[in-house]
Design a binder for this molecule. Structure first.
Ligand code: SF4
Length: 105
């Protein structure tokens, strides 16, 4: 996802990267396929200004866990707003391997 739906007044990135644009789930999976199967990566970061605000983050994590469960691939959400984060997301992120979380308060 590029941009952020929150529009905090103090945040340069939130303003500069407007309008918010959500990447297609199939394109994300296609890019991760390339990273995992062609380049051999086993850690993937789902980057954006506020990753938990991605509209389908929960279903995307379900798909990714199912697709890569045999390859020991871990997924990270490096930029999480505390109030957009849920235990459901945490469980899905730690399903295959433990990974890092970074919170913004
Ligand atoms: S949630 Fe974070 S990235 Fe989004 S506008 Fe606010 S400070 Fe910026």
């Amino acid at each position: 996802m590029r941009g952020c739906p929150n529009g905090c007044r103090f945040c340069h990135a939130g303003i500069y990267y407007r309008p918010m644009r959500v990447k297609n789930k199939n394109l994300i999976i296609e890019e991760i396929d390339h990273l995992v199967f062609d380049a051999g990566y086993r850690e993937v970061s789902l980057n954006s200004l506020s990753s938990a605000d991605f509209p389908e983050v929960s279903s995307l994590l379900d798909i990714l866990n199912e697709r890569y469960k045999g390859f020991n691939v871990s997924f990270q959400l490096p930029s999480l707003k505390v109030n957009a984060f849920s235990l459901d997301i945490l469980e899905k992120l730690s399903k295959i391997r433990k990974s890092g979380l970074t919170f913004a308060v």
